[in-house]
Unconditional design. Structure first.
Lengths: 353, 299, 336
């Protein structure tokens, strides 16, 4: 098995070098001051509030958060695809070689999706038209983006699928219901990359998959990322996934980015009390099960998230008076492996003392 | 004592919230108010309408199948009687039979649907096969064939026959509701609390389905009206008393309302009554749907 | 293919059971008609001078079962006749076999019903998509309410209204039978033109009666599909609007094929009214006439054929559905 996949790797890289399309560089992405609001009976409520985040070219960034933290909304913002009743109210998403996608409309936006930015859905979601074979949907995709060489597209798709350990011809001839969760996920990755996009967003790539398939998919994500020269954003609630693949880690809570930094540093020495809680909550294979401590309380919803002050204070062990009224500002520490950013009053106070 | 007080006050607020919700739904689309008024109007017409007219409607031999005039707004029938008076006096038969139809439809349908969805297993399979068969046999032809052996002329008999033929749809719907409540753990939870089957069905299942059943009953009323008016229109049933279907039959096949325009009023009277009743019930069901279906309300 | 064959077998088995049930119903109804028309017929023939054996023989041919004997024997006699497509003879059609009379009438029912269904299907689907997309606006409301209203109004009301307006008030269309008798039947312009002209009102009635159901069903189906993940996925992959629209349409139409069967059943059952109003000599009118003329063999046959048509429509709709839905074809139960 491993032998075979090695062979396919060599073949596919060789094939790509031979017929290399005009190579795009892995783009950098700068999200700044992004706020996304949802229209509710109680008025417009922010799901993502004043988030700034930089994706370095060629890096894998992981965003971790509980459900309702705004991470999926943030991911959709990268494609300017926040669904109504939501909308991007302020901020920008600058992508190298494209510009600020927040201002994109119509055809320009449509072409950017797919050709420049690939989006991979959760495995549990049915991201394929149940009535058409994968191959026919691939051709629809090619026609949508004005690909003249449809045979070449199919060849590329087969290669990608083969690279991921699938029988390309068979998969292209299958309907969605004939594919397993792991196979669907690989098809999703293929469709995101086949038009040669160099910025890829993966939304919960491993949720609802079994352990072995999870490990496989993550390996594929890492390898494909390196081989094709991508900038990758992984959205997950599973800190283990981020530990496995990401160079940088960003933690979201209640629509805010509370901490970010190089993955190893953040995992080894978390600063924000929420990040610490998340890491403590992971059960370890070795050691006592009691060591894993669930974070007390529940994550806030759109309606219950505090309007002012720190969003995490309700569940925070280090809560102070100032947390009730003042929103903690992000503190940036430049380090050798990139900046570390944390937004917490308690951390600031402790470091000053 | 305090517990009692508290629960009664919460149920009072719940009731207030409910009526507030009803009011909001009505206000959002005023046409629904029209529906409610129309339904009440038809009920009034069926109960009290005939009292305003003499048992023998006055005949005007000089005005036979006359077109609408100031004196007779929708004209007269082939015996010189006022069409509006005929519609009003005929409504009692029609509405009474429809009410009986709806009651039987809903009682039988709910009973079978509940039983089927609650018991599941073999009973469910057998009952649903039966329901499917019933739904496949075309209702009107079956009624026509039945009319050769059974002259169900009186309103209660008519209601009985139509009700016994019409419960299939309600049974299917109630069964799927029961199954979906079961899926949500409703029944298992009640079982776990040690509640008896009668309690679960009577106090838990039925109330949560009541609005749904009520809507089905309103729809069954219209179904009852259509079927019996249709049967009388086709003329396969003996004359029992004046009713809308009878009027249509006389208008079309004896007075030639479709060939001479002067008889059109005679035809329009009962048609208008049926159309207004349909409109009323569609509007009320639409409002009920929104009141009891929170998913729709939020949209 | 095996899955489709299995489904078809199941349908056929159920269909045959249904036909047997309906035949049983008509047998027992004929048997229990007040005044026992079967015995009366034998008596009548004897009085006309026929010898008793010949009279019984003639009556058997007429009704499809022996006039004498136990109920059980008669039932077996009737049902076995059914398997050789012998439904007796029609008294009101000069002793023609019932099957032949039914065959004559069937075309006047089947063609208008199919035409009406097709028409309402096309219009209802287009407007249903529109009602789904504009569902929060005024126009969507109007479409939905008009759909519910038309869906609710019985066919005879629509038929009478159309007839009153277009045949009586503004007499531009005929409502008196399937064709003008002055034309020679055959492939000539006059006959075909007259045929088409006479079909307008009945077909329009069938179409209007079914259209409301289509618009409502299509609306809710489109709303469901719009919420599906794969539509968002297609948009996020930058698919063209026209392609996304095709994805929506095809997925939304699919569940409507189950309703197609119901709709055809409804229309076939309601054919009695429309054929009566427009004097169309189809199965419905035949059923009605057979009742008023006490032609019980014909009545049973017409009832049986209408039911059989509905069963066949059910099977065809389901087969069509299985062919176009790859999930059924692949053997997976479709849950939604």
């Amino acid at each position: 098995m491993s032998e075979r996949s090695e062979v396919t790797i060599k073949q596919s890289t060789a094939a790509r070098e031979a017929a290399a399309p005009p190579r795009k560089e892995a783009p950098g992405v700068r999200i700044s001051g992004l706020t996304v609001v949802y229209k509710t009976p109680a008025g417009e409520l922010p799901a993502v509030r004043d988030v700034s985040l930089t994706l370095e070219p060629g890096s894998i960034t992981g965003i971790v958060g509980e459900s309702g933290s705004g991470k999926s909304t943030l991911a959709l913002s990268l494609l300017n695809a926040v669904q109504p009743p939501g909308r991007i109210s302020t901020g920008s998403v600058e992508i190298d070689g494209l510009g600020d996608v927040v201002g994109f409309r119509g055809e320009r936006l449509r072409k950017a999706r797919g050709q420049h930015i690939g989006y991979v859905f959760q495995a549990a979601q049915n991201s394929l038209n149940p009535l058409k074979t994968v191959g026919k949907q691939l051709l629809d995709l090619g026609r949508s983006h004005g690909v003249d060489d449809l045979r070449g597209l199919v060849r590329e798709a087969k290669e990608l699928l083969g690279r991921m350990g699938l029988d390309g011809a068979r998969v292209l001839d299958s309907h969605q219901h004939e594919l397993s969760g792991g196979m669907r996920q690989r098809v999703g990755i293929m469709l995101a990359l086949v038009l040669n996009a160099h910025l890829v967003v993966l939304d919960e790539p491993t949720t609802a998959l079994d352990m072995i398939t999870q490990a496989n998919i993550l390996k594929i994500v890492r390898e494909v990322h390196a081989e094709r020269g991508l900038t990758t954003l992984v959205i997950t609630h599973d800190i283990g996934v981020v530990a496995e693949v990401a160079d940088r880690l960003a933690v979201m809570y209640g629509g805010r980015l509370v901490e970010q930094g190089p993955t190893r540093q953040v995992l080894a020495a978390p600063r924000h009390p929420y990040t610490r809680g998340l890491i403590k909550a992971i059960p370890r294979l070795v050691g006592d099960i009691d060591e894993a401590q669930a974070l007390p309380g529940r994550p806030p919803t759109l309606v219950t998230v505090p309007k002012e002050g720190c969003v995490f204070r309700e569940r925070c062990a280090l809560r102070m008076d100032v947390c009730d009224t003042v929103d903690p500002q992000a503190r940036v520490d430049e380090g050798a492996y990139g900046p570390r950013i944390v937004a917490c009053h308690a951390v600031t106070v402790k470091e000053r003392a | 004592m305090s517990v009692l007080l508290e629960s009664s006050s919460t149920s009072a607020t719940m009731r207030r919230n409910f009526w507030a919700g009803v009011w909001r739904v009505m206000k959002r689309k005023p046409s629904r108010m029209v529906g409610v008024v129309l339904v009440l109007g038809f009920a009034f017409m069926g109960v009290f309408g005939p009292m305003f007219y003499p048992a023998q409607l006055p005949r005007d031999p000089n005005l036979i199948t006359s077109p609408p005039s100031a004196q007779h707004w929708l004209g007269t029938d082939d015996q010189g009687r006022d069409v509006i008076a005929l519609v009003v006096t005929g409504s009692r038969y029609v509405l009474l039979a429809a009410l009986v139809t709806a009651l039987i439809t809903v009682v039988v349908g709910t009973g079978i649907g509940l039983f089927s969805g609650f018991k599941r297993g073999r009973w469910d399979t057998v009952l649903m096969r039966l329901t499917d068969m019933k739904l496949t046999i075309p209702g009107l032809p079956l009624l026509l064939v039945l009319s050769t052996v059974w002259k169900f002329g009186s309103p209660t008999q008519m209601g009985l026959v139509l009700g016994l033929l019409g419960w299939g749809g309600v049974a299917r719907a109630v069964r799927s509701q029961t199954l979906s409540l079961r899926e949500r753990g409703f029944i298992e939870a009640a079982r776990g609390l040690g509640l008896s089957t009668t309690h679960i069905v009577g106090k838990e299942l039925l109330p949560s389905m009541a609005p749904y059943i009520a809507m089905n009953m309103l729809i069954a009323v219209t179904g009852g009206v259509y079927a019996q008016v249709g049967l009388f229109f086709l003329g396969v049933l003996p004359y029992e008393s004046n009713n809308w279907g009878q009027m249509l039959n006389t208008a079309v096949f004896r007075s030639g309302a479709l060939t001479v325009p002067s008889g059109l009023g005679f035809l329009i009277g009962p048609l208008l009554a049926i159309l207004l009743l349909t409109l009323a019930i569609v509007l009320v069901v639409d409002a009920m749907d929104e009141i009891f279906n929170p998913r729709l309300r939020e949209e | 293919m095996g899955v489709i064959a299995r489904r078809l077998a199941g349908h056929l088995a159920r269909g045959i059971v249904m036909i047997l049930v309906v035949a049983t119903i008509s047998f027992f109804i004929v048997r229990s008609i007040p005044g026992d028309p079967v015995a009366a017929n034998v008596q009548k023939l004897i009085q006309q001078g026929m010898d008793p054996v010949a009279a019984e023989q003639a009556t058997r041919v007429l009704y499809g079962f022996q006039p004498r004997g136990t109920l059980w024997h008669q039932y077996i006699d009737y049902m076995s006749g059914l398997f050789t497509f012998n439904l007796g003879q029609s008294v009101s059609h000069a002793g023609q076999p019932v099957t032949q009379v039914l065959g004559e009438a069937a075309k006047w029912t089947v063609l208008p019903v199919l035409a009406g269904t097709l028409l309402s299907f096309l219009v209802g689907i287009v407007l249903g998509v529109y009602a789904a997309i504009k569902r929060s606006g005024k126009l969507g409301d109007v479409l939905a309410i008009s759909g519910s209203l038309l869906h609710g109004v019985p066919q005879y009301v629509l038929g009478l209204l159309l007839s009153a307006v277009f045949a009586t008030l503004i007499p531009i269309l005929p409502a008196d039978g399937p064709v003008d008798i002055l034309y020679e039947p055959g492939f000539n312009a006059g006959y075909l033109g007259s045929l088409a002209q006479h079909a307008v009102l009945p077909v329009a009635t069938y179409a209007l009666a079914a259209y409301g159901g289509w618009i409502l069903a299509m609306k809710s189906s489109v709303v469901t599909v719009l919420g599906d993940d794969f539509i968002l996925a297609a948009e996020l992959r930058g698919m063209k609007r026209s392609i996304v629209f095709r994805y929506i349409a095809r997925n939304a139409i699919l569940p409507l094929f189950t309703i197609l069967a119901l709709s055809l059943g409804l229309l076939l059952g309601g054919a009695v009214f429309i054929e009566r109003i427009f004097n169309y000599p189809g199965l419905g009118l035949l059923l009605l006439d057979s009742i008023t003329m006490r032609d019980y063999a014909l009545m049973g046959g017409a009832f049986l054929l209408i039911t059989a048509a509905i069963i066949v429509a059910n099977i065809l709709a389901d087969l069509f559905y299985s062919v176009i839905d790859p999930r059924v074809r692949g053997g997976e139960e479709v849950s939604t």
